[in-house]
Design a protein around this ligand. Sequence first.
Ligand code: MLT
Length: 263
Amino acid sequence: MIVATKAGTVAFDESGAGVPVLLLHGFPHDRSLWAAQLAVPPNGARLIAPDLPGFGESQRGDVPSLDAWADWTMTFCDALGLKQVVIGGLSMGGYLAFAIWRRHPTRVRGLVLADTRAGADTAEGKAKREDMKALALAEGSGAIAEKMLPGMTGKTSRETLPHVVAILDTMMRNCPVDAVTDGLDAMRTREDSTPTLATITVPTLIVCGAEDALTPVAESEAMHKAIASSQLGILPGAGHASCIEHPAGFNALLSGFITASIR
Ligand code: MLT
């Protein structure tokens, strides 16, 4: 579906009925990352997965920053008539969830933080983003996909789920170059969300693949420790893209969270 908003057109998929749960994809993904969640929405939840600005089929935004995207997300919610939502995000989507919580806390009913981290980029990390940006501009999204694919899933998926690896490879290759460079700029300039953790008062589900090498389990454990209202679920055999590598486990955690903590 495509909706016209004050911040441009937004492409999204949705399924289910009840409490709205926004699912924000990672980098360099699109809304299809959440296909296995939308296939079986939890009882009492309406799952809504948009393409972030410039990704998939959504119109590019003016400013590539997580703060701007936080406002963009609320403009999207306004267009759908949603006052309060559960914000779920994987990796970059989690960085965005923190920005939304800081800027629009009254609109957030709960959080799902999947395979993400609170900290900002280190100096070395920022330099790597610049290198990736130069690579994307010189060689296109295929080169980015090649660099990122090995870390995108866990070892178990690489060995036993070639179709999942292929889906992620295609998704990343199809990512528009503008979205790749915007995403890299937004992540490189994001603020440190570590001090934000103690301010979170809404029910929060933290999920992490046990084999996540990009945002390791230790990051999720630290967030769990710092967010009093949180629960933590570790998915065995899954890596960084846990929602697509272990959909049954992810869906069970999401469903349990909606039933016990949100409805
Ligand atoms: C993602 O999956 O969104 C990215 O790997 C996050 C990052 O590069 O920091």
